[in-house]
Design a protein around this ligand. Structure first.
Ligand SMILES: Cc1cc2nc3c(=O)[nH]c(=O)nc-3n(C[C@H](O)[C@H](O)[C@H](O)COP(=O)(O)OP(=O)(O)OC[C@H]3O[C@@H](n4cnc5c(N)ncnc54)[C@H](O)[C@@H]3O)c2cc1C
Ligand SMILES: *[C@@H]1O[C@H](CO)[C@@H](O)[C@H](O)[C@H]1NC(C)=O
Ligand SMILES: *[C@@H]1O[C@H](CO)[C@@H](O)[C@H](O)[C@H]1NC(C)=O
Ligand SMILES: *[C@@H]1O[C@H](CO)[C@@H](O)[C@H](O)[C@H]1NC(C)=O
Ligand SMILES: CC(=O)N[C@H]1CO[C@H](CO)[C@@H](O)[C@@H]1O
Length: 402
């Protein structure tokens, strides 16, 4: 069997590679980044309902590497946190739901952990620019920036929300849909004293809405002193992420082009927050890089998988906003279902067309709903009057993995 060609060495592409390795199915991963180090510090993600699928796909040593990159090892040992959504004006919880088991990990470190044992199958500096479908209907080719190409049995586009494979499959409708909400965030270093009131809300993360203005705020832990080596030094530092988002209604709601102006905007919008939160935003030092995240989604529209030769998974298949914190969970479940489909092709119990159709049908049904729920959650998060027990922010996250 020609190898499975995976486009993108993100969380989902690497997880799929690991699971194919475990099944003895040949695969190669092509990644545009020049090497694993090029990315700076990214954000953290929570793996919750997809843990069960993840346990089935990864070997013990890879799992323990992921377990080791949780943002707060102490909380990981005994997580008493909640899913917490607060009123930013008063600091009072609006929703407080005890969590299921969750692993909150650094995304970049998880990516590194997932390379364990498959390093030789990851090809760096290989930006895919196109696909080609040879006459032999069992084959498909990937074309790279430098005009070289490789041949395989199946292309899986897992190159994130601006997927080139998605564009190949749906040239008429590959664009993400903008949601009319703008989002910026920073990573900041805080002393134990400074972080205390934030961690008292929740040790890992919490979010909230400011009723008068509809501004949304999000705190999340990135590194504790134990992780970054400052524990017990007298100069203990936590690293946290502080994000804000707001509806774009007027010209002044646009995201500014400079870090300085973006920071001023965050500080202005934090006026009227309960003092400890206003302080947390006001304390962000001048000169801190302020990152914009484009909020846009793609509903996992239909495509022709060319007889089971080209498919998508992860954000490429279903870009969604992070207001329900489950995009990567869906991506991990995609990897699991796709591995099962490829295994059926490999063992001869199914043909490529039937196996990939079955994979796509389940994914499309599951994730097109998830995209819409996340879109609704994003809107609700900016409108206090819409936040009640029926809000999409709360609608049950767990899905059954079979
Ligand atoms: C702030 C924030 C918080 C989040 N929190 C959560 C959370 O708590 N829980 C959760 O489940 N999800 C969360 N998510 C979503 C989660 O980060 C994504 O769903 C997940 O990272 C998607 O993984 P992926 O592998 O599909 O894509 P990506 O991680 O985007 O990886 C795609 C890879 O493909 C490569 N690539 C792109 N184009 C090409 C090309 N042409 N050729 C070759 N390679 C290419 C890229 O360089 C990249 O390495 C969050 C997202 C954000 C922004
Ligand atoms: C876990 O945390 C809770 C709440 O902080 C605490 O009451 C409990 O004693 C802890 N359990 C262990 C085993 O440390
Ligand atoms: C792939 O590369 C081969 C060898 O260089 C070339 O003959 C062929 O035309 C290429 N195919 C595509 C689709 O670029
Ligand atoms: C802000 O949000 C709008 C609406 O979604 C979007 O068009 C725009 O690109 C976002 N960013 C900036 C810099 O305005
Ligand atoms: C060893 C290490 O990573 N130390 C870092 C701990 O965090 C502080 C603040 O973010 C950094 O300055 C250190 O480099």
């Amino acid at each position: 069997m020609d190898p499975v060609l995976i486009v993108g060495a993100g969380i989902v592409g690497l997880t799929l590679g690991q699971s194919l390795k475990k099944q003895g199915i040949p695969f190669e991963i092509y990644e545009r980044d020049l090497n694993p180090e090029v990315r700076g510090q990214g954000w953290a993600i929570t793996i919750h309902w997809a843990l069960e699928s993840m346990f089935k796909m990864l070997d013990k040593s890879t799992l323990s590497r992921i377990q080791d990159v949780q943002v707060d090892p102490e909380v990981a040992r005994n997580d008493s946190g909640n899913f917490l959504f607060i009123n930013l004006e008063t600091g009072e919880p609006k929703f407080k739901i005890p969590p299921n088991v969750r692993w909150r990990v650094s995304r970049e470190k998880m990516r590194r952990a997932l390379m364990n044992g498959i390093e030789d199958h990851i090809h760096w500096g290989r930006r895919v620019t196109g696909l080609s479908l040879p006459k032999d209907t069992h084959q498909v080719q990937l074309v790279f920036e430098d005009q070289t190409n490789v041949t395989g049995s199946l292309v899986v586009g897992v190159e994130g929300s601006r997927s080139i494979v998605r564009q190949f499959l749906r040239p008429d409708a590959f664009d993400n849909q903008n949601l009319g909400i703008n989002f910026t965030g920073v990573a900041v270093d805080l002393t134990p004293e400074e972080i205390k009131p934030l961690r008292q809300m929740d040790p890992l993360l919490f979010q909230g809405c400011h009723p008068p203005t509809g501004a949304f705020f999000w705190f999340s832990m990135l590194e504790t002193p134990q992780v970054n080596g400052t524990a017990g030094t007298g100069a203990e530092r936590y690293r946290a992420q502080i994000c804000m988002s707001w509806p774009e209604k007027r010209p002044e709601d646009k995201v500014a082009s400079t870090d300085e102006a973006r920071l001023v905007n965050m500080k202005n919008r934090a006026q009227g927050f309960v003092p400890f939160l206003q302080d947390a935003v006001n304390r962000i030092p001048a000169g801190t890089p302020v990152t914009e995240i484009k909020l846009a989604d793609w509903e996992c529209l239909a495509w022709d998988n060319q007889g089971g030769r080209v498919t998508l998974a992860g954000d490429a298949a279903h870009a969604m906003t992070m207001y329900r914190g489950e995009a990567a969970n869906h991506g991990i479940l995609d990897a699991y279902r796709l591995m099962q489909a490829i295994e059926r092709i490999h063992s001869g119990s199914s043909n490529p067309s039937a196996a990939i159709n079955e994979y796509e049908n389940e994914m499309r049904d599951r994730t097109s709903r998830a995209v819409l729920l996340s879109r609704q959650a994003c809107k609700d998060a900016h409108d206090w009057s819409r936040l009640d027990e029926t809000s999409a922010i709360l609608t049950k996250r767990a899905v059954l993995a079979t």
